[in-house]
Design a binder for this molecule. Structure first.
Ligand SMILES: NC(=O)c1ccc[n+]([C@@H]2O[C@H](COP(=O)([O-])OP(=O)(O)OC[C@H]3O[C@@H](n4cnc5c(N)ncnc54)[C@H](O)[C@@H]3O)[C@@H](O)[C@H]2O)c1
Length: 373
């Protein structure tokens, strides 16, 4: 292998399923080399969208060819959450079956895209022949720091988000941060919300770093981006290693800001990007923590200030409380109807709090309605 200038993060998963995340800048030309070094062989079923493919299909193909991969079939999935669907799954399955000549060829999947492509392609890999290997090549900040790793794959069923899915870890995550140069600012901000979340739940130094380097994040400064991506990967990898199947209550800590955030996202019919809703969710749960005497007012204000400086919303445009609460109670993670929140008690410290009085929850949500504060 040529001289290494990519950062390697190893994700330790029991049963010989360890994998590496490689993070670099302008490294698409070496994708095939790293895939080959990971032990993968055979033909490639490459899943991407027309938009992402329009930018990066050619250089990715060249990078795969450089590693000796010549038999590659490209499968395009249109952009948008509504295509993370059963119809897209069926299309991809019938095409991969055809491409593999009904199973004769050894095929693995490469997903190049954001969370939609990654979740769908990962799920195709998990069900085809009871599980084949796949590689994630993330292209949105959210996919870099969150969805690209951890093995949660799936599709939406009608309007129910992520309702059908499986845990299936990738064989490799190949993260070329230079791909973010074509991503629009709104998507960048949405991904940044998750990075801020990592800072709040686990890493005061990451939080400080984002506060000090916001301009350089948005100008995609190579060193700054590598630092935040690598630290985010280390934090997420640690959670995945400790609680792969999200059953021990450890991985649940990643849901800080998501409990109310998901309800707001669903009630808005996805008018909010995921990170935008999580940003509002973080502001709401901080209000709750202040109300419960668990978080200092000035720490909550510091977090809120960073969200605002990042261009993220902290107020709710959809003022329909009933609708938000309806989605809130559908949260599949509530146990015996008891609500459960991940609450920040300081930057870098969290607690799990259960059974918060409903009136306190609805009050903080109402106070966040736009024009109501
Ligand atoms: N599996 C997990 O652990 C996990 C975690 C969080 C979110 N998710 C899922 O991720 C999905 C959201 O993912 P997302 O925010 O990445 O959105 P996305 O995949 O819908 O991508 C957003 C848009 O950006 C465009 N795009 C992507 N990369 C680009 C690039 N480099 N340049 C220009 N345009 C680009 C896409 O074409 C698309 O229109 C949701 O379905 C969510 O459920 C999964």
């Amino acid at each position: 292998m040529a001289q290494d200038h990519l950062t390697k993060i190893n994700v330790r998963i029991p049963g010989g399923r360890d994998y590496n995340i490689y993070v670099g800048y302008d490294v698409l030309s070496r994708t095939g080399e790293y895939i080959r070094a990971s032990g993968l062989k055979g033909s490639i079923f490459l899943i991407t969208s027309p938009t992402i493919g329009g930018y990066y299909l050619k250089p990715l193909m060249a990078g795969l060819n450089n590693g000796g991969f010549k038999d590659i079939h490209t499968h395009l999935v249109p952009d948008g959450e509504r295509h993370k669907s059963n119809a897209s799954l069926q299309k991809a399955l019938s095409e991969i079956i055809r491409f593999s000549r009904e199973g004769e060829k050894k095929v693995f999947i490469v997903n190049m895209g954001g969370g939609v492509i990654g979740d769908l392609g990962g799920f195709v890999a998990s069900v085809y022949k009871r599980g084949i290997s796949y590689v994630q090549v993330p292209t949105t900040l959210l996919a870099f720091v969150d969805c690209g790793i951890g093995g949660k794959t799936g599709i939406n069923y009608k309007s129910i988000k992520n309702c059908v899915g499986a845990f299936h870890q990738p064989r490799l995550v190949y993260a070329d941060l230079s791909l973010l140069k074509t991503l629009n600012k709104r998507e960048m901000r949405s991904g940044l919300a998750e990075v801020i979340k990592y800072g709040v739940i686990k890493s005061p130094s990451l939080f400080d770093f984002i506060e000090d380097h916001l301009d350089r994040i948005f100008s995609l400064d190579k060193k700054v981006m590598e630092r935040i991506a690598v630290e985010s990967y280390r934090i997420k990898a640690d959670y995945v290693q400790k609680d792969e199947f999200d059953t021990k209550g450890i991985r649940a800590e990643l849901n800080y800001g998501h409990t109310i955030g998901h309800a707001i996202e669903s009630a808005s019919k996805y008018a909010y990007r995921h990170g935008e809703a999580v940003s509002i969710g973080m502001a709401c749960v901080n209000d709750l923590a202040v109300h419960l005497g668990m978080l200092k007012k000035n720490t909550a204000a510091r977090i809120e200030n960073l969200l605002i400086r990042s261009g993220l919303p902290v107020k709710i445009k959809n003022r329909n409380l009933d609708e938000i609460m309806d989605f809130f109670w559908r949260d599949k993670k509530f146990i015996n109807g008891k609500n459960r929140f991940i609450v920040a008690t300081d930057i870098g410290k969290i607690k799990i709090v259960e059974d918060i009085p409903l009136s306190a929850i609805t009050n903080v949500i109402k106070k966040r309605f736009l024009n109501d504060s």
